[in-house]
Design a protein. Structure first.
Length: 227
């Protein structure tokens, strides 16, 4: 995507034996490299590496994944430079679909730092009424049935079924799961839910391309802010 857009990019495919010190040293080198405006560390990291310490090493103004505590805090108060790419892409999709978030019941299934939590905050900033559901939520079906906008980010194949979805709901499927036969599918049973929803994202080809697009947008923003 960087090549297609005419953006410079560098890839560092490190062996799994890479030490914490080596990885942190590389990030510090990129932090001080003026020709690099965005740094993304592919997660999850191999066992033995401290994910939090690695993310914290990235300087906030190059943290185009928006996982650094400084950027997470900015998202919380609604005064942010970058937004995690998947939630940002979802907000763009909702906007382009013509769906107004304000006043809507929004249900997010999943509470990860990558999707669930920031997704909830972005919907809240748009004046949605937000409920976060997770593995300990009781009466999940009753809650999801109230959603005008339903975001599934639970990581379980075909988890959301027709009886969990309100007629006319906007359904966003963040899941990327592989079935035994190798087929990719989302967290939502698309064939069941599609006739009920007013709008629904497919897997693959829905949220994924938007995630990449927003990563590019965050990088451009970082470059502009460095001038």
């Amino acid at each position: 995507m960087c090549t297609e857009l005419g953006m410079h990019s560098e890839k560092y495919a490190l062996p799994k034996e890479t030490t914490q010190e080596e990885l942190v040293s590389l990030i510090k080198k990129l932090n001080s490299d003026d020709k690099i405006h965005g740094i993304l560390v592919q997660l999850p990291l191999p066992k033995g590496l401290d994910e939090k310490a690695v993310i914290d090493t990235i300087v906030p103004h190059k943290d185009v994944d928006a996982f650094h505590p400084v950027n997470v805090g900015k998202i919380m108060i609604g005064d942010y430079d970058f937004v995690p790419c998947t939630p940002a892409g979802i907000m763009e999709m909702i906007k382009e679909s013509g769906c107004e978030v304000e006043g809507k019941n929004c249900v997010v299934i999943g509470r990860s730092n990558i999707v669930g939590k920031p997704m909830s905050m972005l919907l809240l900033h748009q004046n949605g009424t937000v409920t976060i559901c997770h593995s300990r939520t009781k009466n999940l079906k009753e809650i999801t049935k109230t959603a005008d906008i339903l975001v599934a980010a639970v990581g379980r194949a075909n988890f959301v079924t027709a009886d969990m979805v309100k007629e006319g709901a906007v359904v966003i499927d963040v899941g990327m799961n592989r079935l035994d036969d190798g087929t990719l599918c989302g967290d939502v049973n698309f064939n069941e839910v599609e006739p009920i929803a007013s709008a629904i994202t497919p897997v693959p080809g829905g949220v994924g391309p938007m995630t990449i697009s927003m990563l590019m947008q965050n990088t451009v923003t970082a470059a502009e802010k460095s001038i």
